[in-house]
Design a protein around this ligand. Structure first.
Ligand SMILES: CSCCC(=O)C(=O)COP(=O)(O)O
Ligand code: ZN
Length: 212
């Protein structure tokens, strides 16, 4: 199997798993996987499709500017430039972007602080942080309709070969050395968001019941 086909199969498997989690509401989300480093090329999801459905037009190959490398009627994801930032700034091999209610609520709750930090949670070992007092901080950037501006802002936080950035009231983009690592980071982030929101709501319910 060619590298291109191998990467297609890998990305299709991730897409299937994220779809099973219902992480692609309303056609949102986009995924990418690197095919070649020099010159850069990567597969990215076609824009505007229902990513829960599997077709042979799910991905297209683009270059380091995010432009299609083959004659196609498909349009690369509107957010391809964010994936370009990742592959041009790091050695990451896969990048994933999803919109969930939990990541949107967390981004709104902590957006004014420019980030959200998690500590004291076993799952942050998924980010390669093994120390007892380790802190995992996810930057939060403001959303922008102008994608080149959004990508430029996003790029400032793309420094390591794996990471995550929340886009306020939009979604999360994560990346890792390969599809396995990117998915692990995404799942760990969403676990932390869901846990945190549950704790906040139970604490509020408890304080209300103590006041009653
Ligand atoms: C209805 S979601 C709005 C666009 C977006 O944020 C997204 O993630 C999906 O865009 P794409 O062009 O990748 O389909
Ligand atoms: Zn999006």
């Amino acid at each position: 199997m060619s590298i291109l086909n191998q990467r297609w199969v890998e990305l299709a498997a991730v897409k299937r798993e994220l779809a099973e989690r219902d992480w692609f509401p309303g056609t949102s989300g986009n995924l990418a996987i690197k095919v070649n480093t020099e010159p850069l090329s990567f597969l990215v999801t076609s824009s505007g499709k229902d990513k829960r459905i599997e077709t042979d037009e799910d991905f297209l190959l683009v270059d380091g500017d995010g432009a299609a490398l083959e004659e196609t009627k498909l349009t690369p994801s509107a957010e391809t430039l964010l994936h370009v930032e990742i592959y041009t700034r790091t050695n990451a091999g896969c990048s994933l972007h999803v919109h969930t209610v939990d990541n949107n609520v967390i981004s709104e709750l902590y957006g004014d602080e420019g980030g959200v930090a998690f500590k004291g949670q076993e799952i942050i070992k998924a980010f390669g942080l093994w120390e007892e007092d380790a802190v995992w901080r996810i930057p939060i950037i403001e959303n922008a309709a102008h994608i080149p501006a959004l990508a430029a802002d996003f790029g400032q936080y793309v420094k390591e070969d794996s990471g995550a950035v929340l886009i306020r009231n939009h979604g999360i983009t994560v990346w890792g050395k390969d599809a396995f690592e990117a998915k692990k980071i995404l799942e760990a982030c969403e676990f932390l968001f869901s846990y945190h929101l549950k704790v906040l709501s139970f604490k509020q319910a408890k304080s209300l019941s103590l006041r009653a």
